[in-house]
Design a protein around this ligand. Structure first.
Ligand code: NCD
Length: 314
């Protein structure tokens, strides 16, 4: 794996994904082995949108590698309120940090920002675009619970605005998977994403549905997402779909005993709390996997060490 920036999951080959996942598993087994790998390294956090898991797990990851973070803080307390452009902000903060993590409400912002900096930049969510480090921890969780080959996955909820969905769907085309997309018609995957997925997977592995019942019994993994209220141009449109596509213990009676239920979190009301204590629930484990995955990712992006970067291919 040798990428300067990680902007979308489309950049990642199967070999890249396996390099990060294998290395994260090694770190997970013995985090102390890498505790001093990046002493003195500083990671810059630029979050223009709310975040709990992504921001805190990047921070924990950098600290567990021996490094530290600088955090722009909230938009309200930064110079953004004085009218500073994103290009200027990233150019300034790259002078304080060895790598940057950016979350921004505008789709395409990470690509644009990456053109202004020389240090590695990780897209931690650009509007309804992509969120590739989330995908890596999603794939890690899927691999641990269900395996990544011969996988039947249902991805349900807000497929239109859900950036975790877009990144995951592209990445899964590297594996032998059948992907079922379940949503109301108004929140279906963007047509260009469907087109790309068909191109990449011969059209055999992609199906769209409006009801979970049609596919639930066949699923190994059900990936549930939140309706992205903040991205709806019209609150009335949100109200029309709010509360649809919830699952509870009764819903899962039709599922396989081995079904793994995932969610990038935060959840609103998509998954009833009664599922939390069942063997199906993997969403808290999934959130915790953010630390070893981001440790592996940061180490790979920050090191010139060919051994850790797999075969060192350009
Ligand atoms: C997701 C996001 O920000 O896209 N959260 C996360 O990073 N785990 C999902 C969401 O906000 O619904």
């Amino acid at each position: 794996m040798r990428h300067d920036h990680l902007i979308t999951s489309k950049q990642l080959s199967r070999a890249d994904i396996e390099t990060v996942l294998d290395y994260a598993a090694e770190i997970d087994a013995d985090p102390s082995a890498v505790a001093n790998r990046h002493v003195g390294t500083v990671l810059g956090l630029l979050f223009f949108e709310p975040s709990t898991r992504t921001k805190m797990s990047f921070e924990t990851a950098m600290k567990r590698l021996g490094g530290d973070i600088v955090d722009m803080g909230s938009v309200e307390s930064s110079s953004v309120t004085k009218g500073e452009t994103l290009a200027d902000t990233v150019r300034v903060i790259e002078g304080y940090a060895d790598a940057l993590v950016l979350r921004h409400p505008k789709q395409g912002s990470a690509t644009m920002a990456s053109e202004f900096v020389d240090v590695p930049l990780v897209n931690a969510g650009d509007g309804a675009g992509h969120h590739p480090s989330q995908t890596l921890l999603d794939l890690y969780t899927i691999r641990e619970n269900a395996g990544l080959d011969d996988l039947t996955i249902g991805i349900m909820g807000d497929l239109k605005y859900g950036r975790t969905v877009h990144s995951l769907a592209y990445a899964l085309t590297n594996f032998d998977t059948r992907q079922h997309f379940i949503s109301p018609e108004s929140l279906q995957l963007p047509r260009e994403v469907v087109y790309d997925l068909h191109q990449q997977q011969d059209g055999t592995g992609i199906r769209e549905h409006d009801a979970l019942e049609e596919v639930l019994p066949s699923l190994d993994v059900l990936y549930v997402t939140r309706i992205q209220r903040e991205r709806f141009p019209d609150e009335n449109e949100y109200q029309k779909v709010a509360g649809e596509y919830q699952i509870d213990a009764e819903t899962l009676e039709a599922a396989s005993d081995d079904l793994t239920v995932m969610h990038p979190l935060p959840r609103v009301d998509e998954i009833a709390p009664e599922i939390d204590e069942t063997d199906h629930a993997a969403y808290f484990e999934q959130a915790h996997n953010g630390v070893p995955i981001r440790m592996a990712l940061l180490d790979l992006l920050l090191s010139d060490d060919a051994e850790i970067r797999g075969d060192g291919d350009e």
